[in-house]
Design a protein around this ligand. Structure first.
Ligand SMILES: NC(=O)c1ccc[n+]([C@@H]2O[C@H](COP(=O)([O-])OP(=O)(O)OC[C@H]3O[C@@H](n4cnc5c(N)ncnc54)[C@H](O)[C@@H]3O)[C@@H](O)[C@H]2O)c1
Length: 431
């Protein structure tokens, strides 16, 4: 590892105690503090305050070798520290919001103990907090100290395998009020396998929630599919294990990019069939049943966005439900076009794979029943679309050349295939 740092860990619960012992194990000097003196006493006696596989041995070894200690937070300890890691609880309130009172108390304590410093202090939030919390902490509690920087370094360990999860991290994420502060905290992990992702403060905070939401959705999904499979006389474990063997489309980044709503001839139809059959079996599958309404809601957001475009003539790039196909069945773009026409907008459409004289069968009947005047709306080239439009909507991933051509037109463009940052995001509430 690059260098040994002085780290204070506040909160010796599952996250804090494991972090304290593991940071000591990889060479740092660690002081663990907790308002629960039983936990402090346990660590001082070289014992784990709770059961976690391998933690007792790690604490014994590092206390004996002098890298791990426990005690109270005071000005002297803070003077010596490079990094303070906040690992206090952020429990749920009755309304679902998180209770930040422990975090606030600790920040106030640190702020009250800070003396003019010879070196900067990096206050690192490891507790799970909502995006914006670190920024608002910085703005309030630590605003007077120019030598205090804030970092978010969420913890991903799982109880039961926490020591191994720390030592062999599946993900290391650090966001900082400055890049330098983030890099400093990232370097604490030097020597552990894996690369640290350095991101913004809010991104780091959001990634933690994203991971936990994804885990919860995965478990809910496996349980719903498993229950349906079992009810249909199909081995649930074999279904899921086989599904997971596809690491190109299933267990992979595929379909995990925020963008436009889904459509097409398969996903909506098959979700409807699954939930219909489940209802016949008196099996409630609320997660699967909610996916189409989630998609409708996403489409509604796109419609809202598109209706705010200036001008009367709206050019739509892409009519099929995705790029590189001419399949129009259940294409969400058609719903958007219906709304635009309903609001009196004039529409022109260009899709590189669709010319009316070339589509037929269910594809043709679907589009003609949704848009009877489709023939008059389609243009034969992107040039034509651009010259007939006051603004453009990108509804399927364009080629690089097509994107460049649309950007060069100078027209206002809404790209539904990418979600863009909203301006004017206030910092999260730090209450
Ligand atoms: N437990 C997990 O598996 C896990 C995993 C990842 C992230 N997290 C997140 O990490 C945070 C901590 O979780 P945990 O399970 O370790 O909580 P915990 O309740 O086990 O530990 C929190 C500790 O903080 C101490 N504390 C509270 N206020 C204090 C103060 N003012 N000064 C000193 N110590 C104080 C408490 O006494 C307690 O020992 C939470 O935000 C949680 O969501 C938990």
């Amino acid at each position: 590892m690059e260098s040994k740092r002085s780290v204070i860990v506040v909160g010796l619960g599952y996250v804090g105690c494991v972090s304290a012992a593991c940071f000591a194990e990889i060479g740092h000097n660690v002081l663990g503090v907790d308002r629960d003196l039983k936990k402090v006493e346990a660590v001082r006696k070289a014992q784990s305050p709770f059961f976690e596989a391998g933690l007792d041995q790690l604490i014994q070894k590092n206390v004996a070798e002098g890298r791990l200690n426990a005690g109270i937070l005071d000005a002297e300890a803070l003077d010596a520290a490079d990094v303070v890691m906040l690992c206090v609880g952020t429990p749920s309130q009755a309304n679902g919001n998180i209770d930040l009172s422990h975090l606030r108390r600790v920040c106030d304590e640190i702020s009250g103990l800070l003396r003019p410093r010879k070196k900067r202090l990096i206050v690192t939030v490891r507790s799970t907090v909502f995006p914006g919390t670190c920024e608002s902490l910085l703005e309030t509690v630590f605003s007077r100290g120019e030598d205090v920087e804030i970092v978010s370094n969420p913890e991903f360990l799982r109880e039961g395998t926490a020591v191994r999860d720390f030592m062999e991290p599946s993900l290391l994420v650090v966001g900082g009020s400055t890049d330098d502060a983030a890099r400093f905290v990232a370097d604490l992990y030097a020597g552990l396998p894996g690369e640290v992702s350095i991101v913004s403060l809010r991104t780091a905070e959001m990634i933690k929630y994203t991971c936990n939401a994804f885990h919860a959705v995965k478990i809910g999904f496996a349980n719903e599919i498993g229950s349906l499979a079992a009810s249909l006389g199909v081995n649930p474990e074999q279904v899921m294990a086989t599904m997971c063997r596809d690491t190109r489309l299933n267990i992979s980044p595929a379909y995990l990019k925020p963008g436009f709503a889904f459509g097409g001839s398969c996903l909506p139809k098959d979700l409807r069939a699954l939930t219909f059959r489940a209802s016949r079996l008196d099996l409630k599958l609320p997660l699967l049943a909610s996916v189409l309404s989630s998609n409708d809601e996403h489409l509604r957001r796109s419609i809202h966005q598109v209706l705010e475009l200036p001008g009367n003539q709206i050019g739509i790039y892409g009519l099929a439900f995705k790029e590189d196909t001419d399949d129009l069945r259940e294409s969400p773009v058609i719903t958007i076009i219906e709304h635009l026409i309903g609001k009196g907008r004039a529409i022109r459409i260009f899709d590189p794979h669709i010319q009316l004289d070339e589509i037929y069968g269910s594809n043709l009947s679907f589009v003609v029943s949704a848009l009877p005047h489709i023939g008059r709306l389609l243009t034969r080239s992107l040039d034509q679309l651009i010259s007939a439009s006051d603004a453009l909507v990108i509804a399927q991933k364009p080629t690089a050349e097509a994107l460049a051509q649309m950007k060069a037109s100078g027209l206002k463009i809404i790209d539904l295939t990418r979600l863009v940052l909203k301006a004017d995001c206030a910092p999260g509430t730090y209450t």
